[in-house]
Design a protein around this ligand. Structure first.
Ligand code: SAH
Ligand code: SF4
Ligand code: F3S
Length: 445
């Protein structure tokens, strides 16, 4: 009988893609069916995140909720891995709090999860396997993908930047790049299978890849060489390394989406320095200026944090002002969360929760207003949507435009995986609504 698995994923795209790898491994080990809920699974895997405290709390809450299920069905396996378990002492703390967990693994041995399953089968007691050091880069793709027509592709792992607030370098290890050959092979394979949007993943893609004798812009060129139409995205670029050569490459390659995610974090130079970001607000804006000059129509999104230790009201207002001056299309906004072991967590001058809350509300309000303003400009325009799904309830197809906006439209034929021209008839919210403006749409009318 086929066994059922359920994976619960927290955190960034890196983790979303790593859950696809876990699914690939589970499928190769007899867990051939995905279950809709953890309650009916034969194995539940938690792929955790620890970037902020609430990410950890979420995972803890959901793991705790399985206690009863495990008591009723002791044969069900519970495995916990990802960034949270890779923190120092975390595996022991987890086991103590939740003794019913069967397997604890880390980010460094995720791809050996199949071996861990076999080892656990041979022993009764719980298996705790969190290696201290990162393993060599695995080149082959083992993913079971469910995001057609979009695909994630790792280009590098780890981070060497040690921004003072960030736990990632501690739980993901030092930077390691995949070989250009393996990356190009994987992307070509995906395109041949019909995938139409590829997102390259790394904590700092601009650091690709001294050990391979290649830089990131060259990698982009190599990927696009001789290829037809598809969309190429990448994340994340650290502004400190975002240079003219990359801007020129974005301008040159039609496949690269004209939407760049460039996390600025804050608008005050004093705070940026304390964050160890290695650029100033002016330098950031200069890079955007050059980007917009060389790549007409290019949009920028960002990550922004409020409440970093010692941040004053005035410095927070500099962040608001930067959001306006940068004309950001959208931004992910975060409340600073102290992470044990990082420099910033040990700093004096931590900001009280109510001040952080008040600041994030003001920031979110501003960001949303800017995003809505940009949305309104879409009305009456025709945009190209890569159709990715069908919403049964609404009877509409949906997908994103080059700038990541979600668009909904009716269609007579199943156009999932196709580029569709959509005339926007409603742009009042964050999503766009419209009708097909291509030949298939005409037939439908
Ligand atoms: N490598 C990426 C960021 C990955 S983490 C980069 O350098 O841009 C994604 C975002 O989480 C960061 O950009 C930052 O805004 C936020 N973040 C990281 N650590 C945080 C913390 N301790 N508290 C709040 N937000 C944090
Ligand atoms: Fe964290 Fe900075 Fe590395 Fe991004 S670049 S993962 S924010 S340490
Ligand atoms: Fe990503 Fe969270 Fe780890 S943001 S890298 S899953 S700490």
């Amino acid at each position: 009988m086929s066994k059922r698995y359920h994976i619960v994923t927290y955190g960034c795209q890196m983790n979303v893609h790593e859950s696809e790898k876990l699914a690939g491994i589970l499928r190769a080990h007899g867990y051939t069916e995905e279950s809709a809920s953890p309650e009916e699974a034969d194995i539940v895997v938690f792929n955790t995140c620890c970037i902020r405290e609430n990410a950890e709390n979420h995972a803890m809450g959901n793991i705790g909720a399985l206690k009863k299920v495990k008591r009723a069905r002791p044969a069900m396996l519970i495995a916990v891995g990802g960034c949270m378990t890779q923190q120092e002492g975390a595996a022991q703390r987890l086991r103590k709090k939740f003794p019913f967990i069967d397997i604890v693994f880390g980010t460094h041995n995720l791809e050996e999860f199949g071996d861990l399953l076999a080892r656990k089968a041979a022993q009764k007691k719980a298996l705790v396997a969190v290696p201290e050091r990162e393993s060599a880069v695995r080149e082959e793709d083992i993913s079971y993908r469910t995001s057609y027509p979009n695909a994630w592709v790792n280009i590098m792992y780890g981070c060497n930047n040690f921004c003072s607030y960030c736990i990632v370098p501690y739980v993901r290890g030092r930077e390691r790049s995949r070989s250009p050959e393996a990356i190009v092979r994987e992307v070509r394979g995906l395109l041949a299978e019909g995938y139409r949007e590829i997102t390259l993943l790394g904590q700092n893609v601009n650091s690709y890849a001294p050990e391979c004798g290649m830089r990131f812009p060259q990698l982009l060129r190599k990927i696009c060489e001789g290829q037809g139409k598809f969309r190429l995205r990448f994340m994340t670029s650290n502004p400190k390394d975002f240079g003219e050569e990359l801007i020129d490459t974005v301008a040159e390659l039609p496949q690269v989406c004209k939407l760049i995610h460039l996390p600025v974090q804050a608008g005050s130079d004093r705070i940026l320095k304390l964050m160890n970001r290695k650029y100033t607000a002016e330098e950031y804006l200069k890079k955007l200026e050059s980007l917009r000059k060389k790549v007409p129509g290019c949009e920028v999104t960002s990550d922004i944090m409020v409440g970093f230790p010692t941040e004053t009201e005035e410095e927070f207002e500099q962040t608001l002002s930067l959001v306006k001056r940068a004309d950001l299309a959208a931004a992910f906004t975060f409340v600073y969360s102290p992470r044990s072991g990082t420099k910033a967590a040990a700093m004096s001058g931590q900001i009280p929760e109510e001040v952080k809350k008040e600041r994030i509300m003001r920031l979110v309000e501003l960001v949303n207003a800017q995003t809505r303003e940009k949305s309104a400009k879409y009305l009456g325009k025709t945009v190209e949507i890569l159709c990715e799904d069908h919403d049964e309830k609404r009877g509409l197809y949906l997908g994103r435009d080059e700038y990541g906006r979600m668009g909904y439209f009716p269609s007579g034929d199943n156009c999932i995986g196709q580029f569709v021209q959509m005339k926007v008839t409603d742009a009042s919210g964050i999503s766009l609504y419209g009708e097909r403006a291509d030949a298939a749409g005409e037939e439908h009318k």
